[in-house]
Design a protein around this ligand. Structure first.
Ligand code: ZN
Length: 510
C-alpha cells in the first residue's frame, strides 16, 4: 500500500532524489553511530570520575559528642572530613563553617588540578580532648596534599557550649599583656622541648613575637595548665609537626580573665578526675586480666598463648582491627578475652594519645599491635620522607604507651609500592577477607561476610570503630572456634617477629 502510493506520486526527478535521500540516510546513520560512540565514551569517562561518598557517624569518649565523618573520593581526589555534632546547634554550625573553609580551598585546588596528576588529598580528622557542660575543645589534625606537596594541619577549636561561640586564646585574658608572657614562656621552653638537633633560634624568635596571630591556638591540658599550640613550621621545621608548649595558668594569673576561666576550668576539674578514674579502672582491669591469663596457663590450658601456635599444623585465622583505638575497641577486647583468643590491632598513631588505656589493654591482654600510620594518608601519595615520618611517629606513640614498637605496617587503603615498602623496611600486612564493615553498619551482614570468607590461613580485615562491628564479633569469634579455627595474632600466623620482619607484603599464605 505504501509502496503503491509512493510509486503513483513519482516525479521525473524521483530516481535521483531517492538516491540522494538514501545517501542522506547513510550519512545520518554514520553520524548517529559516531554520536552514540562518543556519548558512551563520555558516559564511561563520567563513570570513572564519579565521586563516591560515604558519611558515617562516629561516637567519641563523650556521650553527647559525636562526629559526622564524610569520605569522598574519585580518581582525582580524596577528601575525609569530620564535623562535630553536639547538642548545641549554633556550635555545630560555627565549627562546620570553620572546617568548610579548608574544604572550600581544597575544592578550588581540585578544580584546577592538572589531569592525570596524582590525586589530591585532604584529611581533617577531629577528636575531642575535653568536654564539659560549659566548654568543649576539638583538636583537628590532618594532611593536605596538593600537587605533590604535603603539609600538616593542626586546628584547635574551643567553644562555649552555653552559647555556641568559639573561645579564642585572647578571650582567656583581660588584655593583650598575656602575649608578652606567652612569648617569654615559649622562648624559654622551646630549646628544651625541641632539643639541640631541632632548635633553631631564628625560627623560634620569628614564630613567637608577641602577636595575636602567633598565639591564637591553645588547648586545655589539666585544671592548672594550657598548651600553647604552634602550627607545623611556625617554631621549627615543618617535619616536626605541631609543637606544644605547656604553660601553668599560675604564671599567667595576673593576665587571666577570671570570668571566662572560671567558666571553663571548674567543669574541667570534674572531667579530668573522671578520666583519671576511668583510666585507673581500665589499668586495674588490664592487670586483673593479665593475672587471670597467667593463672590459666596451667598445663591443661586448651588454647595456646600468643606466640606458641604452629600454624603449619593448626587451622589458624587472624582477626585484624584497623583505625582504632576507637568506640568499638573495648567491646572487641572483651569478646577476645571471653573466648581466650588473640587478635591484632592496627592503630592510627594520632589516636593513640587519646586512647592510651585501650592500647595498653590490647598489649596487656596479649594482642599484637600494628602500625596503621599517623593520620591514615595514602603512603603512595606522599614523599618517601613523609611516609617514613607517618610510620615513625606512630611507632613512637605506641612505644610511649606500651614500651614496645610495632614491627609491621598495615598501609591505609592497602596502598603501597616498591619504593615505599623498601623505605619503610617493615612487613606490610594486607588482608584476604574484607567485610566492608565501615560501609555496611549491620552486625548480621558483617557476620555473614566474615564467616563466608573464613578459610585456613586467612587474614580478616575489620575496624574497631563501629559498635556494629563489635557486635558482629561477639558471634564471629565463638563460631570460628566452633569450626575448629585457632584465632591467632599476625605474628603467629605469618611467623614474623621483631628479629624476623622482612620488608614485603603478606596476605593469604597457602
Ligand atoms: Zn584504615
Amino acid at each position: 500500500m505504501n509502496h503503491e502510493k509512493s510509486t503513483t506520486h513519482l516525479h521525473p526527478h524521483d530516481t535521483e532524489s531517492s538516491k540522494h535521500s538514501r545517501r542522506v540516510t547513510i550519512i545520518l546513520a554514520v553520524i548517529l553511530c559516531l554520536l552514540i560512540a562518543g556519548l558512551s565514551v563520555l558516559i564511561v569517562n563520567k563513570e570513572e570520575r564519579k565521586v563516591r561518598e560515604q558519611t558515617t557517624t562516629q561516637s567519641t569518649q563523650f556521650k553527647d559528642v559525636a562526629f559526622d565523618s564524610t569520605v569522598e573520593w574519585n580518581d582525582e581526589y580524596r577528601l575525609h572530613v569530620m564535623y562535630p555534632i553536639t547538642n548545641q546547634g549554633q556550635l555545630d554550625k560555627t565549627a562546620r563553617a570553620s572546617i568548610d573553609e579548608y574544604v572550600q580551598s581544597f575544592r578550588e585546588a581540585v578544580a584546577t588540578k592538572p589531569k592525570g596528576s596524582k590525586p589530591y588529598e585532604l584529611n581533617m580528622l577531629g577528636s575531642v580532648n575535653y568536654a564539659s557542660k560549659t566548654a568543649i575543645n576539638f583538636m583537628y589534625t590532618g594532611t593536605w596534599l596538593i600537587d605533590g606537596h604535603k603539609s600538616n594541619l593542626a586546628v584547635n577549636m574551643l567553644f562555649d557550649r552555653t552559647n555556641g561561640k568559639e573561645i579564642r586564646t585572647s578571650d582567656l585574658f583581660k588584655d593583650s599583656a598575656y602575649l608578652q608572657t606567652a612569648s617569654d614562656t615559649a622562648r624559654k621552653e622551646l630549646p628544651g622541648i625541641l632539643g639541640s638537633l631541632n632548635y633553631n633560634k631564628t625560627l623560634v624568635e620569628n614564630g613567637t613575637t608577641p602577636t595575636t596571630a602567633h598565639f591564637d591556638q591553645f588547648e586545655i591540658i589539666d585544671n592548672k595548665s594550657i598548651n600553647l599550640v604552634f602550627e607545623p613550621g611556625q617554631v621549627a621545621n615543618v617535619s616536626q609537626g605541631v609543637i606544644k608548649v605547656p604553660v601553668p595558668l599560675d604564671s599567667l594569673n595576673s593576665d587571666l580573665n577570671d570570668a571566662v576561666v572560671g567558666e571553663i576550668f571548674p567543669a574541667y576539674v570534674a572531667q579530668v578526675e573522671a578520666a583519671a578514674k576511668a583510666q585507673a579502672e581500665a589499668a586495674a582491669a588490664a592487670k586483673k586480666a593479665a593475672e587471670e591469663a597467667k593463672a590459666k596457663k596451667s598445663p591443661s590450658a586448651s588454647l595456646p598463648a600468643n606466640g606458641n601456635t604452629d600454624c603449619t599444623k593448626a587451622k589458624c585465622i587472624a582477626l585484624t582491627f584497623d583505625d582504632g583505638p576507637g568506640p568499638g575497641t573495648a567491646s572487641i577486647l572483651d569478646t577476645l578475652k571471653a573466648n581466650n583468643v588473640h587478635g591484632t590491632f592496627m592503630v592510627v598513631g594520632s589516636r593513640v594519645a587519646a586512647g592510651t588505656s585501650l592500647v595498653q589493654r590490647e598489649h596487656a591482654e596479649g594482642h599484637d599491635i600494628g602500625n596503621h600510620t599517623w593520620d591514615h594518608g595514602d603512603l603512595t601519595n606522599m614523599s618517601i620522607a613523609d611516609a617514613q615520618s607517618e610510620v615513625d611517629r606512630t611507632n613512637q606513640a605506641v612505644a610511649n604507651a606500651v614500651g614496645k614498637r610495632p614491627y609491621f605496617v598495615r598501609p591505609p587503603y592497602g596502598a603501597y609500592n616498591a619504593s615505599v615498602l623498601s623505605a619503610i623496611g617493615m612487613p606490610f600486612i594486607l588482608w584476604d577477607v574484607d567485610p566492608d564493615d565501615w560501609k555496611d553498619r549491620d552486625a548480621d551482614i558483617v557476620y555473614q561476610r566474615v564467616m563466608a570468607g573464613a578459610k585456613p590461613g586467612a587474614i580478616i580485615l575489620s575496624h574497631d570503630l563501629y559498635p556494629t562491628t563489635a557486635a558482629a564479633y561477639q558471634r564471629i569469634v565463638p563460631d570460628l572456634i566452633k569450626q575448629g579455627y585457632t584465632l591467632v595474632t599476625i605474628s603467629d600466623l605469618l611467623d614474623i617477629s621483631p628479629s624476623n620482619a622482612p620488608a614485603r607484603t603478606f596476605s593469604h599464605q597457602p
